[in-house]
Design a protein around this ligand. Structure first.
Ligand code: ZN
Length: 184
């Protein structure tokens, strides 16, 4: 996984690209985008509770099938609450989720099986990009050491790379939006 910083910036970029009214006053909407952009990594929780946080990480939770499932759950919730724009909600939620999965295909993976189950349920094969853009994330295999391991020095490199990729894109998106607003 890129760290939550990278996934959150990707979610924020999606927010800037998709929403018409993009102000920080809509912080609850922004938080929803960031939540969906990080959602697949909740697969760490069940393993974490069992003492092995990586046990289910990058399995079927990181797949096209789960991306669609997440969108369907949002649709069910919105229908229950009587809200509209269901197709839009489906595409945004599933899009954010699947973008996370695709980003995870681009990171150096040092533990077998490499990559994620990208196309599950169509295929159970693990997929990793032939071109890797992110250095590996250092994380412990036991719950006791897991959270502390995320703060080790090696992960600073990954944070730096994530900021290097995403901050210029966020800056450019803000610039484009500002110019668009100022256009007569
Ligand atoms: Zn992930």
């Amino acid at each position: 996984m890129p760290l939550p910083i990278g996934h959150s910036l990707a979610g924020y970029l999606t927010y800037l690209g998709v929403e018409r009214d993009v102000t920080f006053r809509r912080w609850k909407i922004i938080l929803l985008y960031l939540f969906c952009a990080n959602l697949p990594d909740l697969d760490i929780l069940p393993g974490f509770l069992m003492g092995l946080p990586n046990r289910y990480h990058h399995g079927i939770s990181h797949s096209l099938g789960f991306a669609i499932l997440a969108g369907m759950l949002v649709i069910l919730y919105k229908r229950w609450r009587g809200h509209g724009h269901l197709l839009r909600s489906l595409s945004i939620t599933s899009g954010l989720y699947f973008t996370h999965v695709l980003l995870d295909c681009l990171i150096v993976d040092t533990s077998f099986p490499y990559g994620v189950q990208l196309l599950w349920p169509l295929s159970s094969q693990y997929v990793i990009s032939p071109v890797l853009l992110f250095p590996t994330v250092y994380k412990a295999n036991t719950s006791g050491a897991f959270l502390g391991s995320l703060f080790q020095f090696g992960n600073l490199k990954l944070i730096g790379v994530e900021l290097l990729y995403f901050l210029p894109l966020v800056g450019a998106a803000h610039l484009i939006l500002r110019r668009r607003r100022e256009r007569p």
